[in-house]
Write a protein that binds this ligand. Sequence first.
Ligand code: FPP
Length: 249
Amino acid sequence: MSVKDLLIPDRLPRHVAVIMDGNGRWAKQRGTARVFGHKNGVKAVREVTEAAAELGIEFLTLYAFSTENWNRPKNEVDALMSLLVSTIASEAKTLMKNNVQLKTIGCRESLPLKVQEKLTSCMEKTAGNTGLTLVLALSYSSRWEITKGVQKIAEDVKKGLLNVSDIDGQVFSRYLETCNMPDPELLIRTSGEFRISNFLLWQIAYSELYFSSILWPDFRKEHFYEALIDFQKRERRFGKTSDQLILKK
Ligand code: FPP
C-alpha cells in the first residue's frame, strides 16, 4: 500500500499553497552555488504540480519569488529570472498535456520583459484548460497586495462605484490578486522554517499549516501526499467548538 492510498478522495483541499524553501541550503550542503539549488527545485515544482493535477485539486499556488527577493545578490536574481524563462518555455507542453491552466499573482510589471512575455504566452495558451490552476506568486508579497487592494478600493469609493458601508470581508477579497480563487485550506512550507514570510496573509486566516523539514529540491509527490494526509486528520473548527461540529454531522 502506498502513501497515496491513504488519502480520502472526497476530503481533499480545493486550494493548496506552498512556500518552497531550502534551495540555498540544499546547494550549500553539496558545496555548490545557490543557483544549483534553484535549478533542482524545478523538479519538485514539476512533481507537486503533477500530483495536484492527478488528484483533482483545483488550485496550487507556489511562492516562487517574493517582493523581498529582489534584494538578493544580482547574480542570484538574474539566474532565477532566467530559470523562470527556460522553465515556462519547457513546461508549457506538459501543462497542456495535463490540462493545467497557468496564472500569476504579484507585480508582473516589475519582472524582466522576457519573463513577462513568456508568462503571457503560456497563460494565453493554457487559458482554456479546465483542470488544475497553477498560480505562480512572482514579485509578490501580501503587504504589497493588501496595500494595492486598499488603493483600488479608495479609487472606487472616490468614483462613486463603491459605498464605504458596503466594504466587508467578501468585498475586500475581490480587490486582492486572488479574487475568484478560494482561500487555501492548506499551506505547506518546506525546509523546517516556521514562518509565513509575507505570503497570502489575508487568505490563510483559516488555513491549516503544515511544516516539512524536507528541503524544497528534495520534495516529492510522497511528501505532498503526507501533507494532505495530515491535513485530512485535522479538525477544522472555524472558531466553533468540537461539539458543534459533531452535532452538525
Ligand atoms: C527559496 O529557497 C526559494 C526561492 C526564493 C525560489 C524558488 C524557485 C524555484 C523553486 C525554482 C523556479 C520556480 C519555478 C516556478 C519555475 P531559498 O533560496 O530561500 O533557500 P534557503 O532558505 O535555503 O537559502
